[in-house]
Ligand binder design. Structure first.
Ligand code: SF4
Ligand code: MSK
Length: 645
């Protein structure tokens, strides 16, 4: 085993120690040396005349591809292809949700219903679906149809949700011709234009990329978040525990992993069905214990309080405990290495989605029309597998309490109260300097960096520096595991942040949900601008987005739509995938700053990320004229009542 530090999570370290010679994402990352051309973005395999590996020659001239493509074209084209995949993944998730939503509204998917009627009305109003004189079912059918239309729209009209962005932002998109239109169209057009012999102008390719990414952030992802909230409930804070220590030796352990909550919601229902619990007892187990990994885990954590067993790099490690009777996976971030690991233990690795099968895993196709039965069949299989445990069992003791479930609606409510829900207190706290700004720490883990290290360093440093932290994805699970998603961390926060958080009753680190829920961050930023006093656009806000340990193409997509929406972004860990091209590197930094008022930087080390983030927050505060600390203002109930909202 390598002697490099692989993780700062004691549970992960114990499991890696036990893994010994068993191959893991960590050991494979150590064995696999990345190819320089590929990692710098200068390898093109877009056609059969290549692959072409491009580089600057010693004499300063440049080697171009067989077709004549330059380094800049190839790096931009590789970026475009990566974000097209990222947009496709999030948006296809959104489509699945929209289809199930419509089926549920029509009464064709009996396992699903409209849980949050209030939110249905809000979304209907936003989509300009008239509600007067219509039943909930009729409204839901229209909302479902309108949502699905967003994917196949052929005209040039922008997506419905772009009008939620600040006016000034919309004008920027119009001026730059990047208003996202039909979601599928944007992805397909980007794939078309990045085919060999097509778009061969780096700046133009990057503009196309922006458009497809905006169709994810303000389209596929935003629709997924809203429709999931309507069907499964808008999240509200709840407490649970996180890390591998949530697994139980004497219970049936089922882990849900992936991204879409359609099946996992039903798994939660099936696991709490008394008949299933009785069946579990009949095989000698004490009950059924559910855990989550990655964003499927985040979805059922946010709404149902299901305990996260870990983030993406812990999926294999969970199986190695020897007590996971079934790992039920849907789409995205579900890696093939799970299959051989599951075979070494007794775990049933169950794929459930036609978009994501794994050779050697058991496939049980999930059908939305038969959701409850499908979920029960899976739980039954897990129970039947209990007897096959091999005896090589070890559960690390580590777990920490955490609070999750902060939807943007709930944050507004916490800040302003039920009848005056408002971001005003937050804006005022930022203006007064009690809170210096906000950092969204999102995204993945990557075995090429020390697992969770960058994430936790930044969480701790930001709150110490009076920066409010919001989190999604695997980064959020990381903070939960390390005990940083509970009110007790208030004592580690700077005085100003602590004062505000205590006054309104929110922790300084907020779990906002899964990767598609980054759309909640777009909504919050837009509403903060709307509230007033902090400029006219998202790019005026003292805010920063960071994916400290990114791995996924979806992360690149999220970064791109965040920057195009006005929020600067830093990626940590592995270096820029376009660093082989000076032109493209400059385009995403200075170029995008000129166009969108926000930049995208890759800063591998955590100290560098922190410094750049805090500097950026101060630059924005200065531009707003709020860089000097104002008099302390504490919001009491009376002051909240006086808010003119
Ligand atoms: Fe080479 Fe051009 Fe084909 Fe790319 S598109 S593989 S650079 S010939
Ligand atoms: S699951 S995309 S590893 S955050 Fe959303 Fe985690 Fe990144 Fe997958």
């Amino acid at each position: 085993m390598s002697d490099r530090v692989r993780s700062i999570d004691p549970a992960a370290l114990e499991m890696l120690e036990r893994a010994g010679d068993i191959s893991t994402m960590f050991s494979r990352a150590e064995e696999m040396k990345p190819c320089t051309f590929g990692s710098e973005g200068t390898c093109c395999r877009a056609c059969g005349m290549g692959p072409c590996r491009l580089a600057k020659k010693k004499d300063g001239t440049e080697k171009v591809g067989v077709c004549g493509a330059t380094i800049d074209t190839v790096a931009a084209r590789n970026y475009a292809r990566a974000v097209a995949f990222g947009s496709a993944a999030h948006s296809d998730h959104g489509r699945s949700v929209a289809k199930t939503f419509l089926a549920a509204a029509k009464g064709e998917a009996p396992g699903y219903r409209i849980k949050d009627v209030d939110k249905l009305y809000k979304v209907a109003n936003f989509m300009e679906v008239t509600t007067e004189g219509k039943s909930v079912q009729e409204i839901a059918i229209e909302v479902g149809k309108r949502a699905l239309d967003e994917f196949g729209k052929q005209d040039d009209a922008p997506l419905i949700y772009v009008k939620a962005a600040p006016k000034k932002r919309q004008e920027t998109w119009e001026k730059l011709n990047v208003f996202p239109r039909g979601i599928d169209r944007e992805v397909i057009e980007l794939m078309h234009s990045s085919h060999a012999g097509n778009d061969q102008d780096a700046e133009h390719i990057m503009g196309h990329s922006v458009r497809a990414c905006l169709s994810d952030g303000w389209g596929g992802s935003m629709l997924a978040t809203h429709l999931q909230d309507i069907m499964f409930g808008t999240p509200k804070p709840l407490t649970t525990e996180a890390n591998l220590g949530i697994l139980k030796e004497d219970e049936i352990n089922v882990i849900v992993h992936g991204h879409e909550p359609l099946l996992s919601e039903k798994i939660v229902d099936a696991a709490s069905d008394p008949e299933m619990i009785e069946y579990a007892k009949s095989v000698g187990a004490k009950g059924i214990n559910l855990g989550g990994i990655c964003c499927t885990g985040n979805e059922v954590l946010m709404r149902r309080g299901v305990q996260p067993a870990g983030n993406v790099l812990q999926a294999e490690l969970a199986i190695m405990t020897g007590v996971v009777d079934a790992m039920v996976v849907d789409v995205q971030c579900v890696f093939q290495g799970l299959e051989p690991t599951s075979k070494k233990y007794h775990t049933e690795l169950i794929t459930t989605n036609e978009r994501a099968k794994i050779t050697g895993a058991r496939h049980m196709q999930f059908e939305e029309h038969n959701a409850d039965e499908n979920a029960r069949a899976i739980i039954k299989l897990a129970i039947d597998n209990y007897k096959n445990r091999k005896g090589d069992i070890y559960i690390p003791k580590y777990k920490n309490p955490m609070v999750a479930g902060f939807s943007h609606e709930y944050i507004r409510y916490m800040l302003g109260g039920r009848f005056r829900a408002s971001f005003r207190p937050l804006n005022d706290a930022i203006i007064s300097g009690r809170i210096q700004g906000a950092a969204a720490i999102v995204g993945c883990n990557n075995p090429r960096t020390v697992h969770d290290e960058n994430i936790m360093y930044l969480v701790k440093e930001f709150i110490k520096n009076d920066v409010l932290v919001v989190m999604t994805g695997c980064a959020a699970i990381g903070a939960g595991k390390h005990g940083y998603m509970q009110p007790e961390v208030m004592e580690h926060a700077g005085d100003g942040l602590r004062e505000i958080c205590e006054a309104v009753g929110i922790p300084p680190v907020l779990h906002l949900g899964s990767c598609v829920d980054n759309s909640r961050i777009l909504t919050i930023l837009s509403e903060i601008v709307e509230e007033g006093g902090l400029g006219e656009d998202i790019s005026d806000l003292p805010a920063i987005g960071i994916a400290p340990e990114w791995y996924s193409e979806k992360a690149l997509t999220i970064a791109t739509y965040a920057v195009a929406s006005g929020a600067s972004v830093i990626f940590g860990g592995v270096d820029s995938p376009v660093r082989g091209s000076e032109v493209v590197s400059k385009l995403i930094t200075e170029g995008w700053e000129n166009k969108f008022g926000a930049w995208f930087k890759f800063i591998p080390d955590k100290e560098g990320i922190l410094k750049a983030s805090l500097d950026h927050i101060q630059v924005k505060r200065k531009a707003l004229g709020i860089d000097t600390q104002k008099e302390r203002v504490l919001f009491d109930m009376e002051m909240r009542r006086e808010l003119s909202v």
